[in-house]
Design a binder for this molecule. Structure first.
Ligand code: APR
Length: 169
């Protein structure tokens, strides 16, 4: 399994699945959630309404509708409250839950946005470290996953991902 990073609009990526940084209602919002719902179309919200929400740290799968990817994994990151409310473990759980779900759907390629680092205020440097640590610690023995993309939407996040990935080598 290879981890790659790029700066891109995640809705444009032709990967097997993209991860959405959603909220517990799964009924859409701003940021990457808003971008994904806008690009996927109204049928995505219709499917999300059947899911009954998603607890923080967990993940749920939907179809991708008008997006070029094959599926969407909606995960709910923690809101940053200073680091004393289990935020780091919950963020790690977003990555692990999404990886498990990607495996369950036989994904070969998967793209993550920088979960929780926008509206939810998680410090970007600590989030990048958690993302790379969770992805590299996951067991890929019986996994179909071959390439995992960490998708930055700004240069600071891209550089943080590059630094964390370089530490693995
Ligand atoms: N492609 C890739 N990354 C994006 C895109 C995009 N099109 N749009 C935004 N991002 C980046 C942001 O720059 C940030 O680095 O996604 C990261 C996560 O930011 P948010 O989308 O604000 O998500 P988050 O911090 O997890 O907050 C989730 O915001 O949009 C609402 O409904 C959502 O309530 C939930 C909350």
């Amino acid at each position: 399994m290879i981890i790659k990073t790029l700066q891109e609009d995640i809705t444009t990526l032709r990967v097997d699945a993209i991860v959405n940084a959603a909220n517990e209602s799964l009924l859409g919002g701003g940021g990457v959630d808003g971008a994904i719902h806008r690009a996927a179309g109204a049928d995505l919200l219709k499917e999300c309404k059947t899911l009954g929400g998603c607890p923080t740290g967990n993940a749920k799968w939907t179809q991708s509708y008008n997006l070029p990817c094959k599926g969407i994994i909606h995960t709910v990151g923690p809101i940053w409250h200073g680091g004393y409310k289990n935020e780091e473990n919950l963020l790690e759980s977003c990555y692990t839950s999404s990886l498990k779900l990607a495996n369950a759907h036989n994904c070969r390629t998967l793209a993550f946005p920088a979960i929780s680092t926008g509206v939810y205020g998680f410090p970007k440097d600590r989030a990048a470290e958690i993302a790379v640590r969770a992805i590299s610690a996951f067991s890929y023995e019986r996994s179909t996953l071959e390439i995992i993309y960490l998708v930055a939407f700004d240069e600071q996040t891209l550089n943080l991902y590059k630094n964390e990935i370089n530490k693995l080598n």
